[in-house]
Structure formats: C-alpha cells, structure tokens
Design a protein around this ligand. Structure first.
Ligand SMILES: NC(=O)c1ccc[n+]([C@@H]2O[C@H](COP(=O)([O-])OP(=O)(O)OC[C@H]3O[C@@H](n4cnc5c(N)ncnc54)[C@H](O)[C@@H]3O)[C@@H](O)[C@H]2O)c1
Length: 381
C-alpha cells in the first residue's frame, strides 16, 4: 500500500484556495483523518499525512478504520476561512456520506467541521452498514456527549492527543533511564502543544521553551504553563503581555537553539529537515505533529543517534478516542478515555523502543514495520 487509494482535487469557486482529499486505505469502507488548513499545504503533503493516518489507525489497534486526510491551501486566519472550509466539505460530501470521516487538524476546528456536517444532516460520517448498527449509533451519542466534557479545563477532544504525546514522551524518557525533571522544548501551542505541555509539566518535566506562529519564549527555570494556557488565543498563540520578566522572547525560528533533553514538534510538517537537523540538541524527539521530520532530517538524526518516537505512535489520542468510544471498546467516561490512551501510547512506545534497541535499528524504520496497515477495501456504496 505505497500509493494512496484515492486523491480528489478541489478548486474553490470564490477564492484562490485549493484542496485535496486523500484516502490512503479503507477498512470495511471506512477511513478517518482531519482537515488541515494552511497556506503551505500541497497535494504531496496531504498524501503523506493520509499515509501517516493509516499507520496511526494500525498503531491505535483499530479494526474498523483506514487512513485519509483533507488539506486546504489557504490562510487559516483569514476572515472567510470557515466559508472556505464549508465549501471544501460540500465538495467532499459524497465521499463523507459514504464513510470518509473527516475531522479537524492544524488550522481547523472540530466544532466547525461538525457544524457543516450537521447542516447537511450527515453528523459524524458513517458507512451504510454502520448507520444501521445500533451499537455504533449508541457510540456516536456517547462520543457527542463526551465532546462537551472537560478534563483539567481542556475540552476532552483538545486534551487527548497532547496527553498521549506526553505519555509517550515520558515512557520514552524512562526507557532511556533519563533523570527526573528533564527539560523540554515544544514547537506549537495549539490543541496538541498546549495540552502536551500541561501534562508534561504535571509529570514533573521542566518546559524551558515554547514557540508559536509568532515567537519563541524561553526560561531556564521553566515556563508557567497554566498561565500561558490561560492567556493563549484560539489560534494557539501566546500573549506576551502575560509573560514573566524572567522570560526571553526570540524569533520562533530559534526553537532549535534552546538547550533541552526532549524536543516535541507539535505544529507543522518537515520542520526538522536537511538544513537544521544538525542543530537539534535534544537526546529524544517525540513527534507530536504529523510528519514533522523530513526524509533528509531523519537521515541526520539517525546518524547522530538521536532517539525518536514516530508520529503515529505518539499522537494517536484523537483517533483512538473516536474509535474506542464509537465502536464501544471502553467505558464512555473522560477518565476512561485518557486511561485507555495512556495505556496504548505507553505500550506502543515501549515496544517501539525495545524492538529498535534489540535490533540495533533506528526507531522510524522499526515503527514503519511494526505498524504497517494491512487492509485495503473499497468504498461501501
Ligand atoms: N488536533 C489533534 O487532535 C491532532 C491529532 C494528531 C496530530 N495532530 C497534529 O499536531 C499538529 C498540531 O495540530 P493542532 O491541532 O495542535 O493545531 P492548532 O491549529 O491547534 O495549533 C497549531 C499551533 O502551531 C503554531 N504554529 C504555526 N506555525 C508555526 C511556526 N512556524 N512555528 C511555531 N509554531 C507554529 C500555531 O501558532 C499553533 O500554536 C499538526 O501537525 C497536526 O496534524 C493534531
């Protein structure tokens, strides 16, 4: 399954926006993945992201869902960003109605996606057979209810992925026998970056640097994560008016210049690449973002002996939440959702690092073998 099963290209009627739906594989006619909106989105990127989703569902032990992704090349901060998203979803509606389940990703909000799907009477996308399955319909109701619940002041859906990444980072750090109170730098302070920072801090790590779309803020003694979260905006941007006097502000491009033990990219793709991977100072990189390391960057990290935890191992929280609740795999409570994700992220991370160590190989290669998707079905019509 090297090639995507289906690629659909879209040109907006009202703006210069362009978009793609890529289905990497279907399992019993079903696939899941979020929609990314960013000016840099390309077809190739959406294909890579859809592939990563397919691996993620395998790592998430899903027996029901393949990987897909939506991508829109447009400014997510533009005043008409929601209208562009709406028109993209309308164009993709025949696929969505057949069982291609699109959610949110960088630059889009799940509420906005659901608003459009509800407007057209689709709700959460399901295949024809799922729509007739009472267990799945009950699962949808539970999932809808859980979307409105909170944990540690985050909406559950905004916490699941970041928490999972934090559990994966903690497991990997312990596997390396790292010292307590290790230092962490995080790129991105949106849904994933902020909740990951919160959980890492809660587990005793010191967050010494965070970057967002505007700036990098650092502090050797550790940043006040709760305060930064309380004052960030809906685009995951920190508010410098609430920074402490001990903080240093720098351009966000300096994020690799900060000393740390663990580096967590939680924003864009290919941010560690052939031009900057030699600058990574951390001993461990945990991929909270999807595909944050380019092939060239990967080669350099591998040569330098830096450990990594693959994206599809660390950031499967949201897809596991969806699958586990909709298909009735766990008790539908916020704590059960988090406990389930913790168990899975820790287990997969440990197995990944253990296999790689025993085979004396780079984790990326081991991960691609361990979690390769095996099913490729057709759309259910
Ligand atoms: N939301 C999820 O549940 C989820 C699940 C799995 C994977 N992911 C992946 O995690 C990553 C982040 O997703 P999100 O949902 O948190 O997005 P988001 O839109 O909520 O936040 C994105 C963050 O990235 C920051 N950012 C943008 N450009 C930047 C730059 N040049 N330098 C530093 N920071 C920059 C933004 O300011 C913001 O803080 C993406 O790769 C996404 O595919 C998200």
């Amino acid at each position: 399954m090297k090639r995507p099963y289906l690629v659909v290209e879209w040109n907006d009627t009202e703006t210069e926006a362009k978009g793609w739906l890529v289905i990497h594989n279907l399992v019993s006619g079903y696939a899941g993945g979020g929609i990314r909106m960013h000016p840099s989105v390309t077809r190739e990127e959406v294909e890579r992201l859809a592939k990563a989703m397919a691996y993620k569902y395998t790592a998430g032990e899903s027996s029901t869902t393949g990987g897909c992704k939506g991508g829109i090349s447009y400014n997510y901060k533009a005043a008409d960003a929601f209208d562009v998203l709406r028109r993209f979803l309308i164009a993709m509606m025949p696929y969505i109605d057949a069982g291609v389940s699109l959610g949110s990703d960088l630059g889009t909000r799940y509420d906005d996606v659901l608003k459009v799907l509800n407007e057209f009477g689709v709700g959460i996308p399901l295949t024809k057979s799922m729509k007739k399955n009472p267990k799945v319909l009950k699962g949808i109701q539970e999932f809808d209810r859980l979307l409105g619940t909170q944990i540690d002041d985050f909406f559950l859906n905004d916490a699941v992925t970041g928490y999972g990444c934090a559990f994966a980072a903690d497991e990997a750090w312990k596997f390396k026998s790292g010292r307590h109170g290790a230092t962490v730098v995080i790129q991105g302070f949106g849904c994933v970056g902020a909740s990951c920072a919160f959980k890492m801090h809660q587990m005793g790590y010191k967050i010494v640097g965070i970057s967002d779309a505007n700036l990098l803020v650092t502090c050797e003694d550790g940043l006040d994560i709760a305060k930064l979260i309380a004052h960030k905006n809906g685009h995951g941007e920190m508010n410098p008016a609430f920074f402490e006097s001990s903080y240093t502000m720098r351009p966000n491009t300096d994020w690799l210049d900060v000393d740390c033990n663990i580096l967590i990219p939680a924003a864009l793709e290919d941010v560690i690449n052939g031009t900057n991977a030699h600058k990574v100072r951390a001993e461990l990189v945990v991929e909270a973002a999807n595909i944050p390391i380019s092939t060239e960057g990967d080669d350099i990290l591998k040569q330098r002996g830096i450990d990594i935890v693959n994206d599809f191992v660390a950031n499967l929280g949201a897809i596991r939440f969806y699958d586990a609740v909709i298909f009735g795999l766990i008790e539908p409570t916020p704590q059960a959702v988090i406990d389930d994700i913790e168990k899975l992220c820790r287990k997969n991370t440990y197995n990944l690092l253990d296999h790689a160590r025993k085979q004396n190989r780079y984790q990326r290669e081991t991960g691609f073998e361990m979690f390769a998707p095996t099913v490729s079905d057709l759309l259910e019509v």
